[in-house]
Design a binder for this molecule. Structure first.
Ligand code: PLP
Length: 443
């Protein structure tokens, strides 16, 4: 590489620091690699270093990077028509909505409202629920993330909500089960479930069940620790919602499109919500896209009533083409089944890590979606850095990057959610790097 080209490339890092505002961090002194391209499970920076993408970006790039069929579909669409207003029809929009309906958990299918991301989808979903029920309260859990803008940020149950406060009215919060760090002082998952449901029932009683439009929940908690609910909890939530006429909305922004080994977590856990919000995996994150899938029996209300939402980029053709090609690739490569196979392989490797390193408190997950909870004391479960405290595990993540592994997480939980296309050799490579970094943490 010539000296002048090297200088230009070096400048990207400086330009970034000078002009780009990076989410959720203080800006000064960060020097992340400048990613220039990706291929399969790897990211490459401007210096030619490669990083195994063990989190699929932000739990999103389910197909791996630069999948040729999706790249070709986006290019083809850009050459044909890049934008068609939502009020007009579009071939790829119709195809993608149909494809989503085909894999959705409802026997009579669904209709889809497209957004540009997950947070917006959650805001639209609760707006639809309020319209459909004529009620205004919404139940949302602590330790949840539903997005960043004021509406979705208010639904979020952790400290990223705080800058939005007082936020939108009507959001009522509850605790969901978390067996490893029980908010209900239990050590038994069944007891945890019983108490969590009794707590939710109590909240509904005090808020007035007939005033609550919707309950929004991540069927597997994502950014807040990859928490898999104990067996039966989601089914009991479904039953409670049905009894009170509350619409159940699954936020499947992370879990959707194969992450748990089924099209949606709804199918994985055998619980059918009234609506599903999605984003990320729908295009494998190649083009920004989110949406709300509303079961047909509810969506038909809007045949004779105005749909109370709209966005310039709703159903953007580039995103639609990416989505159609992505869903086709999931089908052709049988990647939802592959996520179930990955679950077995990941669990074996995590069990080995847990045996080898005291710093691993718990490794939990489902499908190709695992969280590694790091502790300073296994017996007391003291977190390695405290949840919502001032410290992070950025040093650990930087250490992994230096060894060629990209991983992200929040406080003391690292999220392992590789592309569903990852090979066994690549898994082994990633776990070897993780093993060495955990040994250094243990020391
Ligand atoms: C479960 C969940 N819901 C909503 C969102 C927000 O999605 P977006 O960042 O596309 O607005 C996220 C983002 O990570 C998420 O994990």
């Amino acid at each position: 590489m010539t000296a002048s080209l090297r200088k230009i490339k070096d400048d990207f890092s400086a330009l970034h620091e000078r002009h780009v505002l990076t989410p959720w961090v203080a800006q000064a002194g960060r020097k992340p690699p400048v990613i220039e391209r990706g291929e399969g499970s790897y990211l490459y920076d401007d210096r030619g270093a490669r990083y195994l993408d063990f989190s699929a970006g932000l739990v999103a790039v389910n197909l791996g990077h630069a999948h040729p069929a999706v790249v070709a579909a986006i290019a083809e669409q850009a050459g044909r028509i890049a934008y068609a207003p939502p009020s007009l029809g579009n071939d790829r929009r119709a195809m993608l909505a149909r494809a989503i309906s085909d894999i959705a958990p409802w026997d009579d299918g669904c209709r889809v409202f497209f957004t540009t991301g997950g947070g917006e989808a959650n805001e639209d979903a609760i707006k639809f629920a309020r319209t459909l029920t004529g009620r205004h309260k919404v139940l949302a859990a602590y330790r949840s993330f539903h997005g960043s803008a004021p509406g979705a940020g208010t639904l979020t149950g952790e400290n990223r909500r705080w800058p939005n406060e007082p936020g939108i009215p009507g959001v009522v919060r509850f605790f969901a089960p978390f067996p490893y760090r029980s908010p209900f002082y239990t050590r038994d998952p069944r007891e945890e479930t019983d108490r969590a449901i009794a707590h939710l029932e109590e909240i509904v009683r005090y808020e007035g069940g007939d005033r609550i439009a919707a309950l929004l929940i991540e069927p597997v908690v994502g950014a807040n620790g990859v928490i898999v609910y104990p067996d039966g909890y989601l089914a009991l939530v479904r039953e409670l919602c049905t009894r009170h006429g509350i619409l159940l909305i699954f936020d499947e922004v992370m879990t959707g499109f194969g992450r748990t080994g089924e099209p949606f977590a709804a199918q994985r856990f055998g619980v059918t919500p009234d609506a599903i919000t999605f984003a990320k995996g729908v295009t494998s994150a190649y083009v920004p896209l989110g949406g709300v899938a509303v079961r047909e029996s509810l969506a038909k209300h809007f045949d004779t009533h105005t749909l109370p939402s709209g966005h310039t980029f709703s159903g953007h053709p580039l995103a639609m083409a990416a989505g159609v090609a992505t869903l086709q690739a999931y089908r052709d490569e049988e990647l939802f089944a592959r996520a179930r196979e990955l679950e077995r392989r990941l669990r074996e490797r995590f069990d080995a890590l847990q045996r080898a390193h005291d710093v691993v408190g718990e490794a939990r997950g489902v499908g190709a979606f695992f969280g590694l909870e790091l502790v300073s004391d296994r017996a007391t479960r003291e977190p390695l850095v405290s949840w919502q405290g001032t410290q992070t595990l950025q040093g650990f993540f930087n250490d992994l990057l230096a060894d060629g592994l990209y991983l992200y997480g929040r406080y003391n939980v690292a999220i392992v959610s590789p592309p569903l296309t990852i090979s066994t050799d690549e898994l082994d490579e990633g776990f070897a790097i993780l093993d060495a970094a955990l040994a250094r943490l243990n020391a």
